[in-house]
Write a protein that binds this ligand. Sequence first.
Ligand code: ADP
Ligand code: MG
Length: 482
Amino acid sequence: MVLTELSPIFMNKSFKNKNFDNFKSENLNWEIIQSEMKNRLGLDIYESWLKKIEFVEEFKNYLLLSVPTRFIRDWITSRYLDQILQTIKSYKKEIIRIEFKVIEKKENNDHIKDTFDNLDNKENISFIKDSYLQYNRIDPNKRFENFVIGSSNKLAYEASVKVSENISHYNPLYIYGGVGMGKTHLLNSIGLQLKKSNKVMFISAERFMYQFVKSIKNNDMVKFKEYFRNTDVLLIDDIQFMNGKEAMQEEFFHTFNALLDKGSQIILSADRAPNKLSRIQERIKSRFSGGLVVDIQKPDYDLRKKIVQKKTSELDNLYSGQIKISNEIQEFIGREIFGSVRELVGAVNRIVSFSRIYNKLPSLAETKSILKDLINLVENKVTIDLIQTIVCKFFKISKNEMLSSRRSRYLVRPRQTAIYLTKILTSKSLPEIGREFSNRDHTTIIHSVKTIEKLKEKDPVMIENINKLKNQILYNNKENEI
Ligand code: ADP
Ligand code: MG
């Protein structure tokens, strides 16, 4: 798809004045553009849509970018293309159009790896990314009250509350967990709470690093030290990014000790346990483990559902009661999006964007399409064979019986159930499903799906069986793998 320029050249003055001389290189730096898009279009739109855009190649006067699905491509081009182009042009005015290519991604956590690779290779990028963030900025929206608690994050939550009530109770407090699990949210909540009566410093490890390097360059180390050693509460997010930065670790170690000595509270977050941190000095790791170490696990279904409900009702309030996402869709999101809370929140945001723009709620089929890139992974894993195996086991029949043409009652129901589950859990078409069930006609498939849907309406046992089977199919197979 080729899209040409829609608006005149646009130069963002305030942006131009900033000191990005180092980066006025020949080629566009996509991370900078993304960061700027986040600024211009807002975090919600960025997280839900624009973050998915990847840089592919730069040509003389146009850019080739990729997105994971057609739906996202169409959505982005119909709504944000103009602003994206403007943003790009403010860095490179030669670019007059953008081409999008759909590249489906299989690996869900590729981006995590990319982040690490980038940090190792191009350290300066983190400086740019961070230069948009205010120093020591605490987000007033990430509070304890809107942190939803479940079994996977309860300990981390409780420890955070405890530290906020009583400094030095656990010192340091070290919270770890995968990307998008709520670590920053918790650190932020602690910061908000303690800010009321303490001097609080909340900073990402990347930013700490940047400040450190800058003060060395400017001969300002004394100030740097004073600055950090003066706080009552130091919160450092994503500490894993300190890996391999020896000089900085050295300085950090001393700051850390100085703060502990004077009774200041230190709270750290990381993507892994202290002993798993790579290229970080042993003595630092052991300091990290000296207080309380808690982890946040992946949310279970129960928590996912609660988070979806909470987010939906928050957004509903925000838009004066106009967003009523059906239970069916809420359940669908809770069931299908199991990677991280961030993805869950992103999914709800997308549904809300959709319903605000089209003035209606998406159907289940539309929901699947809107969230396709987030649920792809699941779809790939759930095969018809798996469904048949699990259903046969559940009803204690053999696969031969299920696939036979016999119509005894004890075989018909399980067969229809398996067909129904295939329809709702995979993206297979009716004829495809028919083929996998011994070449049954697609009308038989429709009939089976309808029969089960009807039974579900009035038969609680049926509902329960279907739910059990769904869980077995979805979770047996995927829940533990990321
Ligand atoms: P991390 O720092 O672990 O990568 P974040 O704290 O940035 O994750 O969380 C990602 C998103 O999910 C944020 O919008 C955050 O507010 C939200 N979030 C995470 N956990 C919860 C929770 N338990 N309840 C409500 N929102 C949450
Ligand atoms: Mg974070």
